[in-house]
Structures are given as structure tokens and as C-alpha cells.
Design a protein around this ligand. Structure first.
Ligand code: BGC
Length: 642
């Protein structure tokens, strides 16, 4: 108990001082909090509002590829490095807490913030979020994992009550957070807007105290999402240390009254102060000077790791006369909207970067909205004169934003029309997509190659050009299924049926778990991505080593280009779900060489939540495969972990 602070001071310290700061008190530093996750969005109070969401623009900083791209990288090292780069920039701007990573499970492709989120698999989400946290915190800045939990869509997010079975909650929706919290110890965690069991997440004692703190041992600071607290006293009691932003004097006053009346234990308030003090101490100090050039290279490297080659009939890498078509080649969609939107210091375009490498022609073809006959005719003329047409399209401008879900999984009508018209000419088409979430690609049989580059941040244009020309061999793999059409999605039947309540009726059968188990055809499955070379999997061995299993897979690069392959390990863990990801590793394999790829998996990943506890099976079949639908190689494993 700190005797130097009055009750009123303590109460005031647990609510924001304004939009982005806490108050300064003796021994408790004033903290600066900024979004996150793609870069530091530190508001410049002198700048005008850039859109209808943000009050001001932010100071220029490096923009990373979005969360969907982070997922598709399957590369914790690249994520750690990129996150460290933006954290150094945050530190130089005086930021103590960077509000990221965003890591909610992707339940439906319509989720407005799916671009920010990482994956439809909790092991992939949790491990990559952990790498992000490590990168940020290596620069003396606190990471803030968000939004704990179940803010999986934007549909009525401020009030919706989520109804999910306990075992599904534990093993799908909480699992990613559990992995990140236990392995990377994020200094902060943000409570979500939604309700669970009828209680707002920031006022939910079961989530914030019993599960997060008592079961997982979380010692960091819990912060509310902005305006997510409805009752400050209830939130403090539940375990939410800091209310953000400043709402009114009423918040702190209610805390003072509650302590005085005995409604709130004074020790609860003291614990919150202790955590805020510890957070201030952990983030004190000036840190190393940022290196924007290095941060850009790390952002570009992450974009290169994450671009997914969905199709290639041999047309890539590019050669011959190249026509570049589509306004997005010059003006890329490189980030999403809402609180994640930032002021990117530098953005490269595919057009500029390809021009440096090849002699190209260009037509705008389409930028947004409906098809335009004049632009279509010009695009046809330019495509006709070329050996290959690189058509660059993005998801609709209003998609990939906070506060609203996507109306559909489709591109705009004019985008599809452009592909149809160009396909009729006969010049092979390379489709380059800039999208934060899966889109329907009904024209995929009419194009020769497809590269999904996501919202690729500052270095996206250069990364895409390097991949298309073969300087970089693509190695991204999908971190979420691309269904044929939205209606195929397992959550579709349960989405938006009741404005007050959302039942997660598909249970465990979310994402690839559903498509694989129910044999539903997808456009591109979870884990899928091509390379300019090819790989063969030969054998898998599994052994135990303490509280881990060690899986070793022999993978041969059967082509004449060196490349990276992400080996994925799946197991059958519970009735009714054929495969679940338990581990993965991205490995560099030189052309023509065979490499033993070793993957260590904590035994607890083989357990399932059942009747109030985690339980293990007696044996497992483990599959090492290049994606969730591939046969792969198998091994049985019967020993019980220590
Ligand atoms: C978002 C958070 C964000 C916060 C501060 C909220 O609207 O849900 O992700 O960190 O605003 O901008």
C-alpha cells in the first residue's frame, strides 16, 4: 500500500487524463499510449483530421503489412524484427504503450477488422502475436495485445453478447491469447467491447481475473478498449486497471465513493496502481535511436515473407513485354481504416518499382466503383500489345476498416469486369490483389497467376515487384481459408441473426477445421501458398523430449531455385474435428537439397479442454503437410509427455 498517494489521486490514476495519456503522480509515470498495430499512430495535434474516424493525423512513421499479412508470413523472426522497427519509432515519439498486436480469431471473412487480425488458427495467431510482442518490448515499449476477447466481428460490437461453449472458448477463442500471454508476457492487454455471459469484457471478472490472472498467471496491466467501460467500479473489481480514454470526472469519483462505502476493496485499487507503476518503470528510459531505413527494410521483408502465390501457370516470374493495369499499381491500398490507420512515412508502388526493373506500359483500367468503358478500352489496347498483363486490384475502398463489417467478400463490379474483358483478349493475366481479407475470385480460371499481397504497408510495392520479377521467391501461405463464396463459411448461418446476441453455433468447426472435416471445397485452403520451386515431403519422426514433442520432417527442394517452405503439423485432437494445427516451421531449403525440418511442440498443445480441465489423449496421429488439405506424411505417436 502506497501511503504517499491519496485515495482521490489513486482513483484518478486509473482513468485516462485525455485520449492518449494517463496522469503523472509521485512514483507513477505519466504514460503515453498510441495505436498500433501496423506502426505508431501518434497523433499530431496540429494536423487536420484525415478521415471520419481520426481526429488528427499522426506523425509520419513506417507502416508494416497488416495483421492478415503477419499471419501469412508464418515467420516469427520476420515479425519480431518488423515490430522492433516500429517500436523504436514509437519510443522516439515518447510512446510507452503501443496498442497492438490485434489478435482476435477470424471467425467470418466479413469481419471488418480481419485485416488487423492474424489468423483463423489460435496456434498461428498466438505464436506470431508473441513474436510481435517480443519485438516491440525489445525496444523498451510495452505491447498491448487486444481485444480480449471475442471481438471477432464489428457487428454491434459495443453491445453484442457472445454465446460460445466453454470448450470452444478455451481451445479456439482464448487459446491464441493464452499462448501470447504465457510465452511473451505482454506488458499490457486490452479488454474488448463485447459482452460475454451478459457481462462486458472489461467488467468481466471470470475473464480478467479468474482465467487471465489466476489460471494463466498474467501480471501485466489490463487496459480498457476506448470507451468500453460502462461501470468503472465493476471494471476495477473485475481486474481492469486503466480506463481509457478520459470520459468524465464521474469515473474517478465513483471509485472514491466505492472505496469509502466499502463497495470496493481498497487493495483492488492499490493493485491497479502497483501495475501502472510497474508499467511506467518497465517503459522508462529513452531507448535506441530509431533507424527509419532499417524499419523500412524490415517492413519490406515482412511483406515479402507474406505475399501468397495462389496460382501460377508458369507465367511468373515475369518476362517479355509487361503491361501494368489498374490504378492500385500506382496508388496502392496499403493499410486499412479506423484506429489502425496511420500516416505512413514512405509508400512504394508496384508501378514505380516495376518500372525500375522492366520496361512496362500502363493503363488505369479501374480504380474504384463501376466499370468505365473508356478505361476498359484503353486497358484492352495496352494488354493486347504486351506478352503479359499484370492487373492490380484491391478490395473495395470501404472494406477493411474498424466499426463496420464488410458487406460481402466481393471485389467491386468494375474490378471483375476489367478481368473479364482482358481475359477475352488472350494475353495472360497476372492478378495482384491488395486485400485485408479473403475475396471471392470467380474469375480465377481465366487468369494465369494470382498473387495476394494483402495490405502490404510501406514496402509493399517494392516487395511485390521483387516477387513478380523473381528477385524474391514467394513463401507466404494463407493464414485463413479463401472460401469459394461467403455462403460456404461455417459462421455464415450464425452471423447477424439477432442484434443483441451472437451464438457461435459452429463450435469447433471454424475456418479450415470445418472445410476439412466436412469436405467442403474451398478456393484456396488454409496454409496454402505456392513457390517458384517445389517441395517433396518424405518422412516424419516424432519423439518426446521433456514437455515437448520433437517432430522431424525430411523435405526436399525438387526445383532449381532455392526457397522457403512452411511445414505445418496437424493432429486429430478431438471427436468431430479432423485436423488442428499444433505447430509449424518455415525453413529455407536450397535448390536440390534435402533438409530435416525440426519442429518442437509443447505437449500442452496436444491437450483439449474438457469438463473444466485440460486433458490429453493416449495417442495421436500427427500429419506434416504443406497445407491443411494436403495428405502430407504421417506418424503415430503413443508416448505420453512428461
Ligand atoms: C479500437 C482499439 C484502439 C483504440 C484506440 C478502439 O476503437 O477498438 O483497437 O486501440 O480504439 O484508438
Amino acid at each position: 500500500m502506497d501511503l504517499t498517494l491519496s485515495l482521490a489521486q489513486k482513483a484518478t490514476a486509473t482513468v485516462g487524463a485525455d485520449d492518449w495519456h494517463t496522469i503523472e503522480l509521485p512514483q507513477v509515470r505519466r504514460l503515453t499510449l498510441c495505436d498500433g498495430p501496423v506502426g505508431v499512430r501518434c497523433e499530431d495535434p496540429t494536423s487536420p483530421s484525415p478521415d471520419d474516424f481520426n481526429k488528427h493525423d499522426s506523425y509520419p512513421a513506417t507502416c508494416l503489412p497488416c495483421g492478415a499479412a503477419v499471419g501469412a508470413s508464418w515467420n516469427p523472426d520476420a515479425v519480431r524484427e518488423a515490430a522492433a522497427g516500429i517500436a523504436a519509432e514509437a519510443k522516439a515519439l515518447g510512446v510507452d504503450v503501443l496498442l497492438g498486436p490485434a489478435m482476435n480469431h477470424k471467425r467470418t471473412p466479413l469481419g471488418g477488422r480481419n485485416f488487423e487480425y492474424i489468423s483463423e488458427d489460435p496456434v498461428l495467431t498466438g505464436t506470431l502475436a508473441a513474436a510481435y510482442v517480443e519485438g516491440v518490448q525489445s525496444r523498451g515499449v510495452a505491447a498491448c495485445v487486444k481485444h480480449f476477447c471475442l471481438n471477432n466481428t464489428e457487428y454491434n460490437r459495443l453491445t453484442i453478447d457472445i454465446d460460445v461453449d466453454e470448450d470452444v472458448l478455451r481451445d479456439v477463442y482464448l487459446k491464441g491469447f493464452e499462448i501470447a500471454v504465457k510465452s511473451a508476457a505482454p506488458l499490457c492487454l486490452m479488454g474488448a467491447y463485447v459482452r460475454v455471459d451478459g457481462k462486458y469484457c472489461c467488467e468481466n471478472e471470470r475473464l480478467l481475473s479468474r482465467i487471465l490472472r489466476d489460471e494463466w498467471g498474467y501480471a501485466g496491466t489490463v487496459i480498457s478498449d476506448w470507451r468500453a467501460i460502462h461501470d468503472r467500479v465493476a471494471a476495477l473489481r473485475a481486474g481492469c486497471d486503466l480506463e481509457m480514454p478520459f470520459m468524465s470526472e464521474r469515473s474517478a469519483e465513483s471509485v472514491v465513493q466505492a472505496v469509502q462505502s466499502g463497495e470496493l476493496d481498497a487493495r483492488t485499487l492499490d493493485r491497479a496502481i502497483d501495475r501502472l507503476r510497474a508499467l511506467g518503470d518497465a517503459t522508462a528510459g529513452s531507448g535506441e535511436a530509431p533507424d527509419p531505413a532499417q524499419a523500412y527494410l524490415a517492413a519490406r521483408a515482412l511483406a515479402e515473407e507474406s505475399a501468397v502465390l495462389l496460382k501460377n501457370d508458369g507465367i511468373l516470374p515475369l518476362r517479355g513485354k509487361v503491361a501494368v493495369i489498374g490504378g492500385r499499381a500506382k496508388s496502392p491500398k496499403y493499410q486499412g481504416g479506423g484506429s489502425a490507420r496511420m500516416n505512413a512515412r514512405q509508400v512504394t508502388s508496384l508501378y514505380d518499382e516495376l518500372s525500375k526493373r522492366l520496361s512496362i506500359t500502363y493503363a488505369e483500367g479501374f480504380t474504384a466503383g463501376e466499370a468505365d468503358e473508356r478505361l476498359l478500352a484503353e486497358a484492352e489496347r495496352v494488354a493486347k500489345a504486351a506478352d503479359v498483363a499484370v492487373v492490380c486490384l484491391s478490395s473495395p475502398p470501404s472494406d477493411d476498416a474498424e466499426d463496420r463489417d464488410r458487406p460481402s467478400m466481393r471485389l467491386e463490379a468494375g474490378a471483375y469486369a476489367l478481368v473479364e474483358r482482358l481475359a477475352a483478349i488472350g494475353t495472360p493475366i497476372v492478378l495482384v490483389l491488395q486485400s485485408g481479407a479473403p475475396i471471392e475470385i470467380p474469375c480465377r480460371d481465366k487468369v494465369a497467376a494470382i498473387l495476394e499481397t494483402f495490405l502490404a504497408g510501406s514496402g509493399g510495392g517494392e516487395a511485390t515487384a521483387r516477387i513478380l520479377t523473381g528477385e524474391v521467391n514467394p513463401s507466404g501461405k494463407l493464414a485463413e481459408t479463401y472460401p469459394e463464396r461467403y455462403e460456404d463459411c461455417p459462421a455464415a448461418a450464425f452471423y447477424g441473426t439477432d442484434p443483441d446476441r451472437m451464438r457461435y453455433g459452429e463450435g469447433f468447426l471454424t475456418g479450415y477445421r470445418y472445410y476439412r472435416t466436412k469436405r467442403v471445397q474451398t478456393a484456396y485452403p488454409f496454409g496454402f501458398g505456392l513457390s517458384y520451386t517445389s517441395f517433396r515431403y518424405d518422412s516424419l519422426s516424432v519423439e518426446t523430449d521433456g514437455d515437448e514433442i520433437v517432430c522431424s520432417v525430411r523435405v526436399t527442394n525438387t526445383g532449381d531455385r532455392s526457397g522457403k517452405e512452411t511445414v505445418q503439423l496437424y493432429a486429430h485432437l478431438r471427436d468431430g474435428v479432423e485436423r488442428e494445427l499444433i505447430g509449424y516451421r518455415k525453413a529455407y531449403i536450397p535448390a536440390g537439397k534435402t533438409v530435416a525440418v525440426e519442429i518442437r511442440v509443447p505437449c500442452e498443445r496436444l491437450t483439449v479442454w474438457k469438463d473444466g480441465a485440460t486433458r490429453a489423449n493416449n495417442g495421436y496421429e500427427i500429419i506434416a503437410a504443406p497445407h491443411s488439405e494436403a495428405d502430407g506424411v504421417k506418424a503415430s505417436f503413443h508416448k505420453i509427455c512428461k
